[in-house]
Design a protein around this ligand. Sequence first.
Ligand code: SAM
Length: 325
Amino acid sequence: MDTIKLEEQVSTMTQFRKDILTGLQASPKFMQAKYFYDHQGDLLFQQIMKMDEYYLTNAEMDIFSNQSGDIADLIASENSPFDLIELGAGDATKSIHLLKELSQRKLEFSYLPIDISANVIRHLEEVLPKQLPGLDIKGLNGDYFKMLDKGISLSNRRKVVLFMGANIGNMDVEEANAFCSTLNAYLSKGDMLIIGFDLKKNPKQILAAYNDAQGITAAFNLNLLHRINRELGGDFNLQSFEHYACYDPDSGACKSYLISKKEQVVHLDEETAISFAAHEPIYMEISQKYSLPEIEAMARVTGFVGKHLFFDANKYFVDAVWIVD
Ligand SMILES: C[S@@+](CC[C@H](N)C(=O)[O-])C[C@H]1O[C@@H](n2cnc3c(N)ncnc32)[C@H](O)[C@@H]1O
């Protein structure tokens, strides 16, 4: 391994430790969702996407498998080369429909998937050129804005940014507004953002998606404790924590927690001890749901103009197309 790669790994590890410590020493305790995705986390998330209860993936898949032609029409209407930047690309199983459509039309574009998971980027760079020969792909492994900064500086072409999978839902409304404003500041007038939102719907259906009967979501959350044990030398006993999810239909916030089953002390290393009271929660993740007026308001206050809304057949989910004003 070369020195720069090693330094990058050490700095990623130091940041991971810092963020986990900040969260565990806060009151109430929390962890950052971006750390879910180690190798095992990627695999568990793929299982979540296949669960019957997790309607989100099928809904957005419905949009991309049936309406990628219309999405490509919107992108191509500008009639100039572009960079397609995907934030949090994952395994690109949905965006591949759009990539196929754009490639078939022989449009001049580069695909720049960004993901915090090195496994994901390695996988995409290996697999996509086989599925789409001639695809110009450059993977960017790291945090959204750090990599966006790098990606944007690669060319002067117009940008089309994809932010799918309701990743925006993993921020509360205030954070999501700040995120979209920052994104807007990186882009130029006329650039396009295609952004997925899970819509407010039957609260029972929403809660079931984050509290599945098989316990895969629970395993996904608990995996972060396992990652802390492995990578930071922690001694979390996974049996002593349990997954808890709740949905507030008023605010649209679906939150998941790990609850300490008893009073206990967990060590991150020899010097760092974290005390838990019985039933104390660690706030793990938010999955925020939106109404259409709330989505429209977000576009407006963050410097975009709404151009089009793509719905799945059940109207569970929407991919909104916004243009930088
Ligand atoms: C919920 S998955 C969605 C994947 C894909 N977009 C889809 O719709 O199927 C979220 C992806 O975003 C990545 N991710 C999460 N937080 C990130 C961050 N702060 N910076 C870069 N990537 C991130 C994860 O590694 C994961 O692959």
